[in-house]
Design a binder for this molecule. Structure first.
Ligand SMILES: Cc1cc2nc3c(=O)[nH]c(=O)nc-3n(C[C@H](O)[C@H](O)[C@H](O)COP(=O)(O)OP(=O)(O)OC[C@H]3O[C@@H](n4cnc5c(N)ncnc54)[C@H](O)[C@@H]3O)c2cc1C
Length: 204
């Protein structure tokens, strides 16, 4: 059962902005330790993602729906899930304004909004076929490019990518290497670009 908040009385003991791993873990821990507390998670997306699984879905090793987390992770322990974006924190009066024009009051606030990919600060970075890899939308766009325009390419992992597909992956960190591996495994010609003199430069 999904726990929803009565919009006429938006008020919670603990408000957590962000439904990624940090928000999920914090809310579950708080609700488990303090069942009497009202704990609310704000998450604008209709699902939480297992980001680590995106490369496996792109490679066709798992189906895309395996990258989505179930809301029950939150609701089964009694956490309220509100599918809205926070647009302003009013710390002085302990409220957060929401994208639908309403607000919610809290006693404690956790900010677990994660990070967004850095877009390349170069001309052309906004052209079509230039992708970042973070969200479910990113994954679906990349699957579209791998599968000739269709959203999901994993129904038959043996499918070939469109003939002559070339991919340039900028950044040889862990995520870049995984993307390069996934595209290569799908048969694309892959070029990996790194400004340091080695892959995984922040680790090796
Ligand atoms: C392709 C890829 C592969 C990865 N592989 C691995 C791996 O193998 N191992 C590993 O340990 N880590 C991996 N990571 C990193 C890992 O996914 C992140 O470290 C982790 O997701 C961070 O969790 P988080 O909860 O802090 O933030 P996020 O997961 O980014 O979640 C933030 C949440 O906050 C929400 N939010 C943002 N702004 C607002 C707002 N104003 N109002 C309401 N909600 C908001 C977002 O919509 C999102 O739901 C990978 C990441 C990617 C992208």
């Amino acid at each position: 059962m999904t726990n929803t908040i009565n919009t006429s009385q938006r008020k919670t003991d603990v408000l957590i902005i962000g439904g990624g791993p940090a928000g999920i873990q914090a809310s579950r821990m708080l609700k488990t330790e303090h069942p009497e507390w009202d704990v609310t998670v704000l998450r604008p997306e209709s699902y939480s993602m297992v980001y680590c699984a995106i490369p496996y879905a792109l490679e066709g090793l798992i189906s895309a729906d395996k990258t989505f987390k179930k809301d029950e992770l939150l609701t089964e322990v009694g956490v309220n899930l509100l599918r809205l974006k926070a647009v302003k924190v009013n710390a002085e009066d302990y409220t957060v304004d929401l994208e639908d024009g309403s607000s919610i009051s809290y006693s404690k606030l956790f900010i677990c909004v994660g990070a967004t990919p850095i877009r390349l600060p170069v001309p052309g970075a906004d052209l079509p076929n230039v992708y970042t890899v973070k969200t479910g939308e990113d994954m679906i766009r990349l699957m579209g490019c791998l599968n000739g325009g269709q959203d999901f390419c994993v129904s038959d992992p043996a499918d070939e990518v469109p003939e002559g597909l070339k991919a340039v992956v900028v950044g040889a960190g862990a995520i870049g290497l995984e993307q390069a591996t996934a595209f290569r495994a799908r048969g694309a010609e892959v070029h990996l670009v790194e400004m340091q003199n080695r892959p995984l430069p922040l680790m090796l």
